[in-house]
Unconditional design. Structure first.
Length: 186
């Protein structure tokens, strides 16, 4: 178990060391942004297929954000990913990063996407300027499989979390921080 944790840590260091090289090359930045946009479009379409209610909320939303995440649990839980926040009114994009951490008794690897829908400018601006923290996450509503008529905005935000198996029964976003990716928003 300790050996696996060391390997994960070393892998994270290697990947983070490569990040400045990507940011220094405008062509690589453009390719990364295009990939983030492609994943966001794919994730939204997949969500709309699974949940008609999600499409209704999307149509009512001021903006949205989609993140592609990887989470590793080896006694210590860590995760990271990238995404894009879109202001539907101004048709502008902000590229963002996310990271999470905590303690967990489990062991595993999970790939998933999180879709935030923001009811109004205040909720969108708060997210893009201040990110998202555990305290704020406790007040949001999480979309469920077969989201029904009761799924709605709570405190201006609706959240859906999907794995390869479909919508997750519970969105666990507490302990996760979201922030602007400075090098992608120049």
């Amino acid at each position: 178990m300790k050996r696996i944790a060391v390997l994960v840590f070393i892998s994270a260091l290697v990947l983070s060391a490569a990040a400045p090289a990507v940011a220094a090359n405008p062509e690589k930045v453009a390719l990364k942004k295009a990939k983030i946009d492609q994943i966001a479009d794919f994730s939204l379409n997949r969500l709309f297929e699974k949940s008609p209610r999600a499409r209704e909320l999307f149509e009512q939303s001021y903006g949205y954000a989609v993140f592609d995440n990887t989470k590793v649990s080896l006694g210590i839980t860590g995760g990271g990913g990238r995404g894009v926040a879109v202001n539907r009114q101004a048709n502008t994009k902000l590229y963002m990063k996310m990271g999470s951490g905590g303690l967990n008794l489990g062991l595993g690897l999970q790939f998933f996407q999180v879709v935030f829908m923001f009811q109004d400018e205040t909720a969108y601006t708060n997210f893009t300027n201040n990110g998202w923290h555990a305290q704020a996450g406790a007040n949001a509503v999480a979309g469920r499989a077969g989201a029904n008529k009761e799924t709605t905005f709570t405190n201006g935000v609706a959240i859906f979390q999907m794995t390869d198996a479909g919508l997750m029964l519970q969105a666990d976003i507490s302990g996760t921080r979201y922030w602007r990716a400075k090098k992608f928003n120049r």
